[in-house]
Ligand binder design. Structure first.
Ligand SMILES: [Zn+2]
Length: 477
């Protein structure tokens, strides 16, 4: 697939416009998706983001080739909630993170999500984060304060470009505690490094501690994909502050104008209420639906189709009815697949004879005879076409294979119209058209004598007239 044939357009959240997708390198198309924080099960809203990204991944693989797309989806395995969970359960952190990372991957596999090309773990990239934070400090974009390191948003003019946030929205938008406000230069500054918590920490030039959430993605994206990536996707809930902060960190540390050329955000998933209205999924409303639980009752493909039942940029209202409807849709599609597979087998069987003959010391004549004359199926289909009858999708497959077979023989390579007009010149063709038209008009007027005259005239010129439902046409005799 060359760039000029590029068929894909994507809505870019950064420019707020649908744009043709042009990768930096068609041999290595890169996409990043923010993965889970592994301290509990994924909910259906997380699954929507993963399924949307999976469809995009599959489409890119289809266009650019399976080996030319690198998809990174991280595992956040260091986080305050993980540390909290370890404290509460008395289990080692690694036991918790490994368990939920495994379940996340299993649940998504059940939804037919392909594994990402790379799945970096935050704890394996601490050094990359430390390097990036050091660079930001050296370049004047970050400062240390009371055991923390913060990003100084006032040093990055483009801050807020993705989310279009006002300063009001920026206040208190970060995942840091209230107590940190006093340590910051600007209210919107966000944390890059925090002091050690409950013994969880790594040594760094700016003090022993642990990374903030945003720097993890910037460092892992750089380590696995490069300084500038083609596509960054994720749920719209991550646009601010997370993605906005990723852009600020990466652009300032890497000294690049952009972090990702295309930002693809999927909309929210809402939960249906018994009264027919819908509401956001939240713990306080008690309507959080886990993929893990749904899979006990529904096939993963049913859940996947239900998740795709609204365009990814529209909100999706999740309900039991949506699942039931998806299950019925799939039942019809599977019945159709069963029939399609029968037709596919028929096509394969028919052409098997063709290949056998041709591969047997180039038995061209036998090959033609086998597919056209000996095969009832091919004859039936070509006969239908000759009589202007409609053919089914399955029969169309036979036609496609039939034409491919002729390509292998180097026959039927011309346009049919050129073939029948036999290379007539423009003047000649105009003259023949006129004869055909006279015949057509005579027949329409039931002037049989005039119609015969036109036919005789045609014979004298070496052409044959053919009367059809759409009028009279001519071909070289
Ligand atoms: Zn992220």
């Amino acid at each position: 697939m060359t760039d000029t044939q590029n068929p894909l357009t994507l809505y870019n959240s950064l420019t707020r416009a649908k744009e043709p997708f042009v990768p930096q390198d068609p041999k290595r198309v890169t996409m990043y998706n923010c993965g889970p924080t592994v301290y509990s099960y994924a909910h259906i809203g997380n699954a929507r983001a993963a399924v949307v990204a999976d469809v995009l991944f599959r489409v890119l693989r289809h266009i650019y080739g399976e080996d030319h797309v690198v998809y990174a989806r991280n595992i956040t395995d260091v986080d305050d909630r993980i540390i909290q969970s370890a404290k509460e359960t008395g289990k080692p952190i690694s036991e918790i993170t490994e368990k939920y990372a495994r379940i996340y991957n299993e649940d998504l596999a059940a939804l037919n999500c392909l594994p990402p090309t790379v799945q970096p773990h935050a704890t394996k990239h601490i050094e990359d984060m430390v390097v990036m934070i050091s660079e930001l400090m050296e370049k004047g974009h970050a400062y240390a304060s009371d055991g923390h390191v913060f990003f100084d948003v006032s040093t990055y003019d483009a801050y807020g470009k993705l989310s279009g946030n006002t300063l009001d929205a920026l206040r208190g938008g970060d995942r840091v505690g209230e107590g940190e406000v006093a340590r910051k230069k600007n209210a919107a500054d966000f944390v890059l490094w925090k002091p050690e918590l409950d013994g969880v920490g790594w040594d760094a030039p700016f003090g022993r501690g642990r990374p903030g959430w945003h720097i993890e993605c910037s460092a892992m994206a750089k380590a696995t994909l490069g300084d500038v990536i083609d596509i960054h996707c994720g749920g719209v809930d991550l646009k601010f502050p997370h993605h906005e902060n990723e852009i600020a960190q990466s652009c300032c540390a890497n000294e690049e104008q952009v972090f990702a050329n295309y930002w693809v955000h999927n909309e929210f998933l809402n939960m249906a209420r018994p009264d027919g209205q819908s509401e956001k999924m939240s713990k306080s409303l008690g309507n959080v639906t886990l993929v893990h639980d749904l899979l006990k009752e529904w096939d993963g493909e049913v859940i996947r189709l239900a998740l795709l039942k609204a365009h990814y940029r529209s909100e999706l209202n999740w309900s039991e009815d949506l699942l039931k409807e998806s299950k019925e849709n799939l039942a019809s599609a599977y019945r159709y697949k069963a029939r399609a597979m029968e037709l596919q087998k028929l096509t394969t069987d028919v052409l098997f004879g063709f290949d056998i003959a041709l591969y047997n010391d180039l038995g061209v004549l036998e090959a033609i005879r086998d597919i056209i004359f000996s095969s009832g199926e091919v004859f039936q289909v070509t006969n239908k076409i000759a009589h202007g009858e409609d053919i089914s999708w399955g029969e169309a497959r036979i036609v496609e294979q039939y034409l491919n077979s002729y390509n292998l023989l180097g026959l039927l390579q011309k346009d049919p119209e050129d073939w029948f007009k036999g290379g007539a010149s423009g003047d000649e063709a105009a003259e023949f058209d006129a004869i055909a038209l006279r015949r057509q008009e005579a027949r329409a007027a039931k002037d049989w004598a005039a119609a015969d005259v036109a036919r005789d005239e045609a014979t004298a010129k070496g052409i044959v007239l053919e009367d059809g439902p759409d009028g009279t046409t001519w071909r070289k005799a």
